[in-house]
Design a protein around this ligand. Sequence first.
Ligand code: NAD
Ligand code: MG
Length: 389
Amino acid sequence: MQRVVILGSTGSIGVSTLDVIARHPDRYQVWALTCQQSIDKLRQQVELFRPRVVVIGDADAARQAREQFRAIDPQLEVLQGSDAMEAVAAAPEVDTVMAAIVGAAGLEPTLAAVRAGKRVLLANKESLVMAGPLFMQAVRQSRSTLLPIDSEHNAIFQCMPVQHREGLEQCGVRRILLTASGGPFREASLEQLQTVTPAQACAHPNWSMGQKISVDSATLMNKGLELIEACYLFDTAADRVEVVVHPQSIVHSMVEYVDGSVLAQLGNPDMRTPIAHGLAWPQRVESGVSSLDIISHARLDFSAPDIERFPCLRLAREACAAGGTASTVLNAANEVAVQAFLDGRIGFLAIAELIEKVLSACDFYEPIDIAAVKSADAQARDKAVALLP
Ligand code: NAD
Ligand code: MG
């Protein structure tokens, strides 16, 4: 029986994780759930999964939950705040941690799980983008098992040889082909992009996801973050990772070998597949995802991304090449810009413009510890906020 903590259980990934877990009560037991403030959803999850602990970020929401949840389970511990999230992620009772908080807030709880040597299912790509070298060093030191949940990285992991941690060169890997749906505005002109609304940006054609990653998918920053994520996860340089636009989202990514073989992982676009893979690896379990009807799909298209219309991809490549805190700054500026777009303060095209300005206003350095990463993150946020209209 694996005891599982879900960080960010009320979000899109959290809900999909619980859906998979519910299919296998003999294999997985939910030990803790965490969320920022959506306690109505959390209450339903508590009723169904009966965790031992819940952690809520927001203090008011935690107070309300303490009163409300007592009636469901008087034994349930209701904790509050980010320190408590780190504590449950590292608790000795726990085997597996699903890291599904959105954004920079996920870094420290995810790292706490890594440092405690847990099996970590990584959905929170921002933590790798912010602190890749320190994060991967912690993985090696603690011998934590890190399993990628982002569908592309999970696909790449599935197409890699078992011994890929010894180095891609030694394993005969030539390059990684990272697929991108192209988002809702794949065919939109620059002129049309000027006036798109948050609702349009959040309506992804293939995937149902939280708001932040939906906007990231629309700007292609999601692919930029994933490029950086891939470099850290598979210890490779950015020029070995090619982004390929594939609007059907059936091929979730590919790995090319020196002999010319290209291995791909295919499936319906449903996050329960990579989640089930991460939960059960190296075994396989049912995920609830229907069989791929490849005949009805009939054709799969591939093309190069357009960096003119989607400059976020170029900014991410540049930040990746610059190294050090450049990708920390990229991530922080993006989080501020996306929130400002969702709040109606800036237009869609201003997201990339703001990030570019913040990147050119910041000095980058090699962070020696997480405090240095947090300081680069905070400075970039301050600069981004100051540049908002
Ligand atoms: P979401 O917005 O649906 O859910 C986010 C979760 O994090 C919620 O439970 C929320 O309560 C919690 N949260 C938000 N702010 C927090 C804070 N400050 N402190 C603690 N908890 C906080 O997001 P999502 O779509 O489920 O994405 C989660 C992560 O997984 C992101 O990093 C995203 O990039 C990644 N991811 C998501 C998908 C997807 O299909 N949704 C796919 C690949 C990767
Ligand atoms: Mg992805």
